[in-house]
Design a protein around this ligand. Structure first.
Ligand code: AMP
Length: 280
């Protein structure tokens, strides 16, 4: 596996492979890799000749009070996992921003609801770093997880609006055995918090059961999630039923929707979602 930390080297290698006829797949991550990331890499592998993974904890998407410094890191462990997963090249830049960086992308109104409410500059950081990475790696396709559903929609929109020649692929959310969505941040939970965080998925599952039983009202479905998280001592940031394309909240399930949730356990912010749809 090639490892690049300098942007020009990464670009030169990727271009060379592309000119030799290879189809390039790219998986951007913040490292501390788990099975969710590896499922993205497998999906990339099955769709391209060359798989490039980036590991970069992007300061542009963390607010001053957020967990940039506490974000878990394991460079050696990550390299080993990537080698075993058949990754061809790792892009591990020390920084991607010039000191005088001034250009930020806004994807509006998609970035406004859900996580955008409590993290107002989060998606401008995500969109900007993804655009930079696409310009450096020049992939044919890029693979993202549906766990970060709003991020996936923001990136899809940005690619369409700015004519990036990159196909975006969204891969299903991977869960722990108790249903908790896999996340690098789970490592920051104490055993007790980790146990209690299972309430997020229990709540979503209860909402799904209610939906299967005929409930279509957003408020009633959201109540299920709220109740489980509160009973487990978590702090709900939001739970919202939104249109799967626009991410605007809906009062009733009438087409494809996403029930999206963010909750804190012991100060660790976790997100999750469940997609469901009323048959047309
Ligand atoms: P991160 O390292 O958290 O920035 O995530 C990098 C990529 O992995 C993003 O596209 C995420 O959506 C995806 N990802 C993270 N966790 C999961 C998961 N549990 N299931 C599927 N994809 C995931």
């Amino acid at each position: 596996m090639k490892v690049f930390s300098h942007s020009p080297d990464m670009r030169a290698w990727s271009r060379q492979r592309r000119q030799a006829g290879a189809r390039i797949a790219f998986v951007p991550t913040m490292g501390f890799l788990h099975e969710g990331h590896l499922s993205l890499i497998r999906a990339a592998r099955s769709r391209a000749d060359v798989v490039i993974v980036s590991i970069y904890v992007n300061p542009g998407q963390f607010a001053a009070h957020e967990d940039l410094d506490a974000y878990p890191r394991d460079p050696e462990g990550d390299r080993e996992k990537l080698r075993r997963a058949g990754c061809d090249a790792l892009f591990e830049p020390r920084t991607l921003y010039l000191a005088e960086h001034q250009t930020w992308l806004r994807v509006e109104p998609l970035e406004g609801p859900l996580c955008g409410k409590s993290r107002p500059d989060f998606f401008r950081g995500v969109a900007t770093v993804v655009a930079k990475l696409f310009n450096l790696v020049e992939p044919d396709i890029a693979v993202f997880g549906r766990k970060d559903f709003q991020q996936l929609r923001v990136v899809e929109r940005m690619v369409k609006d700015l004519d990036f020649p990159v196909e975006i692929v969204g891969i299903p959310l991977v869960r722990e055995p108790d249903g908790l969505a896999m996340s690098s941040r789970n490592a920051r939970l104490s055993p007790d918090q980790r146990h209690r965080a299972g309430a997020i998925f229990r709540g979503l599952s209860r909402a799904e059961v209610a939906f299967q039983a005929g409930q279509r009202e957003a408020a009633k479905l959201c109540e299920q999630v709220q109740a489980e998280i509160q009973a487990a001592g978590g702090t709900l940031d939001y739970v919202s039923l939104v249109d799967a394309e626009t991410l605007q909240s809906v009062a009733r399930v009438e087409g494809p929707v996403v029930m999206a949730v963010a909750a804190l356990f012991g100060g660790v912010r976790l997100i999750d979602n469940l997609e469901f749809s009323e048959a047309p």
